[in-house]
Design a protein. Structure first.
Length: 155
């Protein structure tokens, strides 16, 4: 069962890093060089946490990793990627939903509407966040299944 956990850890980390890359490129248009903090939070930290978990089996590392994934899925993927960009790309303008992400439809976002890389990376953030959430759940399930199997062997 450890092989399943390693497999899903790899898939989960890959999709988390992909989401982090798209998020960083996307938000570089808004926050400039402060994007380095997004890179550290969504790319470097998850890599360290998964390595820590796979090496030592640390539950703390796994919980922090899962919280980052939840943030990517809900905050970045659904609220920003889906509501602010994917919906816009299919031609629906819903400014009330955009307000959930940034508080209002600011001049900054209005000026960026025409930048295709900005819109595409916003949409790809949503898509890759779905994969990160899916493989994160598969990782947790494989770890729980491995724990149940090892407890059954002990009896």
């Amino acid at each position: 069962m450890k092989e399943a956990a390693n497999k899903y850890a790899t898939f989960s980390l890959s999709s988390t890093i992909s989401t982090g890359i798209f998020t960083s490129v996307h938000h570089h248009y808004e926050i400039g060089n402060a994007t380095i903090y997004l890179v550290l939070l969504f790319i470097v930290l998850p890599t360290i946490l998964i390595g820590w978990f796979l090496k030592n089996g640390s539950e703390i590392a796994l919980w922090i990793y899962w919280l980052i994934n939840a943030w990517l899925l809900l905050g970045v993927g659904l609220v920003d990627g889906l509501m602010s960009h994917a919906v816009k790309l299919i031609g629906i303008q819903i400014h009330e939903l955009v307000a959930l992400h940034g508080g209002s439809t600011s001049i900054n976002e209005n000026s960026l509407e025409g930048i295709m890389i900005y819109e595409i990376t916003g949409t790809l953030t949503f898509i890759t966040a779905l994969f990160a959430g899916y493989y994160g759940v598969k990782l947790i399930r494989s770890i729980k299944n491995a724990a149940v199997k090892s407890e059954e062997r002990n009896y």
